[in-house]
Design a protein around this ligand. Sequence first.
Ligand SMILES: [Zn+2]
Length: 254
Amino acid sequence: MNLLFNQADANRLSSGSQRARVMSEAWVEGNLYCVGCSAVRLQRLGANTKARDFICQECGEAFELKATKSKLANRIVGGAYAAMAERIAAQQAPNLLLLSYQPPQYAVRDLVVVPKHFLTLDSLYRRNPLGPQARRAGWVGCVILLDRIPASGHLYLVRDGLHEAPIKAREHWNRMLFLRKEAQDRSWLIAVLSCVERLPAEFTLAQAYAFEDELQRRFPKNTHVRPKIRQQLQRLRDSNQLAFLGGGRYRQLG
Ligand SMILES: [Zn+2]
């Protein structure tokens, strides 16, 4: 994988943002493999298909590119809130492809895939409607809160300018696919998963309960946080992510 954008791709453009968009899209098309299968390239979709920028011709996974010259942030500005919420509920959100590059050489610094099964309504923030002076007055946008997505939902293909072996990235992708089978809302499951990942490989129920306040702040309407935590631990066990060792002790698998 060549980690430099080809600046010739943007020769005829003068606007910085247009150049960056054209170069980053061309870079993905020319260099990036599919994490969902063994395909060596992704296909770029036309400029008019706003939301889904790339697709894998072999497995059908769609990826939406968000490129920035800054370091990757914890929040990503999305499109219309209602449309995104609907897509998340219908499990039709795109996988996010977060790319950070560094001018003037235009080298890829970080490239992260956030698989769509990690996106929940809990990680979607509803922005205030645009004011009456705005051209699209009343329009409501959204922000994706990446800090609500666990470490296992940030799949690094490039980190600090070094690329991960594709086989490792694909293993990581496959390991988390169990989330797609969870038909009911995954907000709680993903929130508890992100707590569990911060615990040692073997932990106790008391250690999981230590996140009670954090989870209560995240889900202020829920008054039964501890039963909810136990329920999610069971869901994780049923998906072979956790082993119950007895006596309120657990071990993380995978
Ligand atoms: Zn694929």
